[in-house]
Each structure stands twice: as C-alpha cells, then as structure tokens.
Design a protein around this ligand. Sequence first.
Ligand code: ADP
Ligand code: MG
Length: 723
Amino acid sequence: MPTTARLNSIQTILQRPSVAVSTPQSLEEIWAHDVFTLGRMKSALPKAVFKSIQRSIREGSKLDSTIADTVAQAMKDWATDRGALYYAHVFYPLTNLTAEKHDGFIAPQGDGTVISEFTGKLLVQGEPDGSSFPNGGIRSTFEARGYTAWDVTSPAYLMPTPNGLTLCIPTVFVSWTGEALDKKTPLLRSNAAMDRQARRLLALLGETEIAPVNSSCGAEQEYFLVDAAFTALRTDLQLAGRTLFGAPSAKGQQFDDHYFGAIPERVQVFMQDVEHQLYRLGIPAKTRHNEVAPGQFEIAPFHEAANVATDHQQLIMTVLKATAKKHGFTCLLHEKPFAGVNGSGKHVNWSIGNATQGNLLDPGDTPHQNLQFLLFCGAVIRGVHRYGPLLRSVVATAGNDHRLGANEAPPAIISMYLGSQLEDVFNQIREGQLTGSASGGTMTLGVDTLPEFTKDPSDRNRTSPFAFTGNRFEFRAVGSGQSVAGPLVAMNTLLADSIGWVADQLEGRLQAGDAISTAAFAVLQQVMREHGAIIFGGDGYSSDWHQRAVSERGLENLPTSADALPVLRRPEVRELFERQGVLSAVELESRFAVYAEQYVLAIDVECRLALQMARTQIYSAAVRYLGELGGALKEQQTMGLHPSLALRDRLGALLHQLNDGCDALELALGAKPHGDAVAEIRHCADQLMPLLGQLRNAVDGLEAVVDDGLWPLPTHGEMLFVR
Ligand code: ADP
Ligand code: MG
C-alpha cells in the first residue's frame, strides 16, 4: 500500500467533483466579449481616426502620435465602463513567459478628489524598469530602463480575476537606445522583411495589385494534466515542471488507447472552461483531443496573423495554467514531464499570404497560381536548407533536449518533407524536364497546367521536423513551453532572404530577355540542384537516416542545446538577420547570451533539486526500509530459516550508487566554469546531464525495491492514470 500521504492524495482525487464554473453562452454572445475589437473602435472613434488605425494595422506601422490621445480615451472609456480600474502593458521578454506592468487609471487632483486618466502617451509608452529582465548585456544596470509601446496590430483586452478586470495592452519592449529586448519586436520586423520581398516577387510575376503580405500561424499546443494533490508531493513537478525521478509505469501508452480516446469528464469540463475564457478574449480555440500519452491533451486554435497568433499563444498558456488550478489540476507545459511516455510539442503551422493573391503556399488551380506557388515553395526549400541549423537553434531549450531525437518527436536534424507528389515535381525540375506527375500529363511551367495537387491528409510524415501539409508548412520541433515567436522570426526571415534571392535571379534573367516561365524554371532548377538535399520523405526516426543525413546529405545533427545555441553566433546567421533588418549583431548576440543562460539555469535548478530530493527524501526512505529488512532477515535467521540476502545486497548496492551519484553531481556542479557561455552550456550537456541521469538510475532502481509504504513520491503510474 502507498504511504499515507499518497493514499490521501488518491482518495482526494477520486472524490473530486467536476467543477462547473462558467454558464455556457452562445458563441455570438461570448465571442471577443472582452476585446477592444476593430468594431468597438469603429463605433467609438471619429471616422478619420479609425481609418488611420486601420491603416496602421494593415501595414503594421506605428500608431500615429497625433491620434494617440483620442484612441487612448476611447480605450479607457470602454474599459472603465466595464469596471476596469487598472491597465497593464503586456510584453514578451526573452524568457518565453509573459510580463506585465500594471498601473491604475487613478489621477489625484489638487482638491483631494481623483479622476480616471489615460493619455496617448501612456498608451504608446510605458516604462517598466527593465533591469531584472534578461537582456544579454545590452544595457548596463544604470541605464536599465526599457520602454513598452502598444503594438497596434494586436488588440487590447480585459483580463478578469474574481475581483475585477484589468485592461491589457500588448506591447513591444525595447531599450532606450531602440534595441529589441523582447520577442515581439523582431517578429514584427521579420514580417515586414518578408512582406517587402514577397511583394517584389509578386510584382515580377506580373501582379499589379498587391496587398501587404502577412505570415499566418496556427499552433497546436500539447500539455499534460496532473492532479494538484500529486504535485503537492513532488517538488520536482513544482519547481522544474518535470519528474527528475520515477521508474516508468508498467502501463504506459503501449495500448495506444489514449490518443483521440473519450475525454474524461473532469478534463472536458476543464477544457470547456478554458475555451469559454479564450472565446471571450477573441481566441479561436478550435480543436481539442486526447494526445498519445496518458494524461496528455491538445488544444489548437484556428490560425491567425502570426503576430496576433503569437500573443494568443501566450494567453492560451496562461489560461491553461490558471484554469488547471481552479479544477484541481496542474498543467504541465514542459516538453518531457515524464520519462518513458511521449513528450509535448507545439506544432507551428505557418504560411504567408495577402488579401489580393491569397495563400502564397497554396498550389491553386491555375498554371499561373502554380508558378507562383512553386517559386514561393522553392524559396522555402532554399531557406530551410541554408538555415536548417538556425531552425534547430530556435527550438533549443533544456526541456526540448529531452524530446527532440527521442523516438516520438522530430529528430534534431532539420530536413523537409514535401509529400510524394510535390517531391516528384521538384525532382523533375532538378532533372531539367517537367514531363508529368503522379497524376499524368505534360507540363511546361506556367504554360500548361501543373498537376492538381491533391491535399491528401493521409500523405503525411509524422517523423519530419518540417513538413508541407497541403497549403502550409508545419514546424514540429517547437517545444510545448516555448513562445512561438522565435521560430516564426526564423522562418519569416529565412524566407524573406530566399524570396529576395529568387527575385534577384528572376530580375536578371528577365532583363536578359528570358520569358517568365523559362526564367522561373531555371531558378527552380538551381534551387533544387543546390538545396534539394534538404528534402527527405523517409523515416526520420531511423538510425540509417541519422547517418546518411550527415554523411551523404551534409545536414547537421545538433542533438543538444549546447550544440545548437552557438549557431546564433555563426557569421552567416548574423548576416542573415542584419541583411533583412530583423536583428542587429548586438541584439542577436544578446539573444544567444540570454538563451544560453536560461539553459544553464534550468539545468542548475534540476541538479540542485535532484540532490536535495535524493538525500532528504529518497535516501531516508531507502535506509528505513533497509533497517526493516535487516530486522526481518535477522528474525528469520533466528527462526532457523535461511532467507535470501539478494534483496538486501541489491538495496545496499543501490544506496552506494545513490551516494556516489550525489557526490559526483555535487562535485560537477561546483566545478562549473564561469563567464564563458559556451563552456558553461557544454559543461551542462556533457557533465551535468549525464550525472543527473546516473543519479536517476539509482533512484529509479530503488523505487523498484523499496517498500511502497515508505516510498515518498507519487509514482508515474499514479500521476498518469489517477484522475
Ligand atoms: P493536425 O493535428 O492534423 O496537424 P490540427 O487541426 O490539429 O491539425 O491543426 C492544424 C492547425 O493548422 C490549425 O491551427 C489550423 O488553423 C492551422 N492552419 C490551417 N491552415 C493554415 C495556414 N494556411 N496557415 C497557417 N496555419 C494553418
Ligand atoms: Mg493536431
């Protein structure tokens, strides 16, 4: 029988009722109820002011300062009518979390009264003290102020607590010298870069009316729910977000009975609560289902403009965590909360498009659309091949290291999946002749009809980190706890750069007198000859691929963050970001420094926590059991029995292993290099992580032999199955 503490948890959980919290409303009633939408702005603002705002949103430009006061007044009136007394500038520092600076609308008057006040200046410029946010050395602390300014393209909204509403304003966060300290600023810049180059290419293709091009993102969020009664007994779940110890449960996911299974009522009630809140915030939550591992679930919103989708993604994570608490759960967004079962990712579905030409990654029905599609798709192929290691580096976190390359998640080698039909077309282009397709017919680019690309949903390859899925790409290596901004910045920027290259080539050939179809064919052929090695439709999990990818294709395998993060320092990556005006060299270096530090800190916390748990919880339980066992063995001997001493010996050996493991880990922690970021991350990956693994082996070995009635930690089986 489990310890009393564990038994009490189990009993508490089995008696927990489903928590009904929100009264269901119709979709129309509830949708964007708490958002200062375009519609609300339109009715609250003078026509000219509204027009100006609309233009800023469409073009992604800054709010015109001459109208800021009018907008601020309208926003405040709307919020205070709803009962808000405070506003918050919400921003996105480099930690993957969301930060907020709250201020009251209150303005004391000379006569002892107060009025509520909110000006244009306060809307476009907040001044959080930035000194405690990681900045990678951009600012010295004596000039630590940063400022935040409303990102007009992302609407303001009201966040509730049981005691009232706060007006939240999504903002960029920059230093006084204008350097980006956040994840939003480069995302906006990367979108602008992609817009510039995409419009150039569309013009070359003969388009005359070209609306601004924007990137879209729909991110599928995976997460685990564990009952809070178990979390209370596990410091590792509380502080590190994953179990540092725990033998695999006898029953795991081997029955494949959880994926798309019936959602348990208590969980569904939680999901519905989450969805109601998201709808009020104007977040189009669309899909919910069980995931592969027991206790694992997914929520996917409908795709939106990348910038808005990114802010919404952050809100989804916030709402998931807060709502889980209300329902007696802990929501785990860690990439690998439990060894032995699947980890969690965030599939980032991404495309680019505009109002005049539509989705530029959609094959379309006419030859003209097909030509356009092939050029944009070719640009993606080139970009992903040239900057694959960059894509690996933007998903490099301590948590994601446990997931990538495991046999359920994309490998740490970036390759690209096109689907058999499209791959066939591109292979023919490489060979210099486009004679047919899987569906038959002769083709000349842009003249005859290309094959109709069937969007066959079964034509999928789950083992690929970067897959074409009919009208978009799906970047699957992103970690579940990450902001999607970094991956989107990388994708937009490498695509902008590649589209620019394609446009340069086309320009040259058109000037030389080539017809557009001939020019396009030649450019695509060059793309395939130089970059076709990135395309891979086989099994990304196989060890054969891991070898061939490197030896035959020249792709890089960057298994840990220590391998991947230094990519941010490579000259070609620095030049890419500078050329596209997305990140300066200083900003990029500061990002490397911050991400390296986050990685080091995460592993440092895990190691110190593991030491503490091993010594104060595991060791004591094991020696207590050894004492009991010794007594029982002695008793049997006095009875003239000859008991086996194997268990005692095994216990003794594991205790040795535990002590030695602790000592070795402690020593390595003390030997940590300081000051050199690369040496520090290498130390984590090469010294600390293997030692942490060895210590875990000892503890998990003990779990298999120590009396269950003394084992202090809820087991994996309990946490994954009891709810
Ligand atoms: P699956 O699990 O089969 O990959 P889901 O339905 O769970 O698919 O999620 C697909 C995601 O892709 C959704 O967020 C959807 O809105 C998004 N998506 C669909 N089309 C596009 C597109 N053109 N650009 C970006 N995202 C898209
Ligand atoms: Mg899905």
